[in-house]
Design a binder for this molecule. Structure first.
Ligand code: PHE
Length: 356
């Protein structure tokens, strides 16, 4: 065996290994190809076994040559491994590529519902006029919703309000309903503070109630201007000498602040409520803008009836004043130019997003 034959058979082996490594398309193919050359029964191992038949000198040179070839094959294998790994990484990067130039997904900016906006405005404006804010139950007893408000059972005025009754009676056999107005809050708030007021009066101090109570109310009614659930804000101002004139001034100032215009007038149209005497509907007329010239009803009102003050546990000679109950939805419709009440309750984003 001459030196050049040795070199050529080994270099052929190396290039044939490099070829089959190059043909391996996957890491698994590559491992199979590796076994053919470097495995236990592989071609390099076979050559090593053949060394035993050679002389010491031949062993040395042939062994060194085989080792060199083996190293070359291992180097080719390592290079192919790396190439396959690089290709796999490149494929993954390609598959998971992010186009950072695409516009981001935006989080929709939330906003308050127009009724909530109107509600908050009302609290803020009356707050600035010294009114507290009270809150009470929507499932209300017959006493608070009607009887205490001078509207006893079988009184014809009960039919002014188409009532949802609740299938519930307490131990005294008292019926419950979904409150038809926020007026029960007059009684609830006043009785809750009656003791404090009586004590103040006994000390010779002036005492008064000045409160609003916004909230949800319910009546059997459903069309473009009535919803079975709607919102009212009750107002109550009782003191030593709170008159109908104070009602007019307070309500006018409220409207000017709420609608942000001085170009409006109010009309107090005589009406009837069991809990006020005299009573009036409050109509508003804008002097400019889309609604100019039309009378629009926004509130019931009146001087609180002495019997109602008695039912509050207060002395009607000392606690004199007015109450009103206004439709928050109606106020919101006028302020925002909404012509159908039902839009407020349909939850349509296209409508609601206009108030952000
Ligand atoms: N509660 C009456 C209604 O809902 C409105 C009102 C409140 C009238 C207070 C007078 C005083 O119709």
């Amino acid at each position: 065996m001459n030196a050049s034959a040795v070199t050529s058979d080994l270099s052929e082996l190396v290039s044939s290994a490099a070829d089959s490594f190059a043909r391996a398309a996957t890491p698994a193919d590559l491992e199979n190809a590796k076994a053919l050359f470097l495995g236990k029964a592989g071609r390099v191992t076979e050559l090593m076994k053949g060394l035993g038949a050679l002389s010491i000198d031949e062993k040395k040179s042939r062994g060194a040559a085989i080792n060199q070839a083996k190293q070359a094959i291992e180097a080719a294998l390592g290079a192919r491994r790396q190439a396959l790994a690089d290709a796999e990484l490149a494929r993954q990067l390609q598959a998971e590529a992010l186009d950072v130039t695409l516009p981001g997904r935006q989080r929709g900016g939330g906003g308050l519902h127009p009724i909530s906006l109107a509600w908050e405005r009302i609290e803020q404006i009356f707050g600035s006029m010294g009114f507290d804010v009270a809150d009470g139950p929507e499932i209300e007893s017959d006493w608070f919703n009607f009887t205490a408000l001078n509207n006893p059972p079988n009184h014809p005025a009960r039919s002014m309000q188409d009532t949802f009754y609740v299938d519930l009676k307490d131990e005294q056999g008292q019926a419950y309903c979904l409150r038809t107005h926020t007026s029960p809050m007059q009684i609830r708030h006043a009785t809750a503070h009656a003791k404090k007021h009586a004590e103040a009066l006994a000390r010779g101090e002036m005492s008064e109630i000045r409160v609003i109570a916004p909230g949800r109310t319910y009546r059997v009614d459903n069309d473009a201007t009535h919803s079975p659930m709607f919102h009212q804000v009750e107002g109550l101002w009782l003191g030593e000498n709170v008159s109908f004139k104070d009602l007019k001034v307070t309500y006018l100032n409220f409207c000017k602040a709420f609608f942000e215009t001085d170009e409006l007038i109010l009309r107090f149209r005589p009406s009837y409520f069991p809990f006020t005497e005299p009573s009036a509907e409050i109509d508003i007329q804008f002097q400019s803008g889309l609604l100019a010239g039309r009378w629009l009803e926004v509130s019931g009102s009146g001087q609180v009836h002495p019997q109602v003050v008695r039912n509050m546990g207060l002395d009607p000679e000392r606690f004199i004043g007015f109450a009103f109950g206004s439709g928050i939805d109606r106020l919101a419709m006028l302020r925002y130019g909404v012509n159908d009440l039902r839009l407020f309750f349909e939850g349509d984003i296209r409508f609601l997003s206009q108030f952000r």
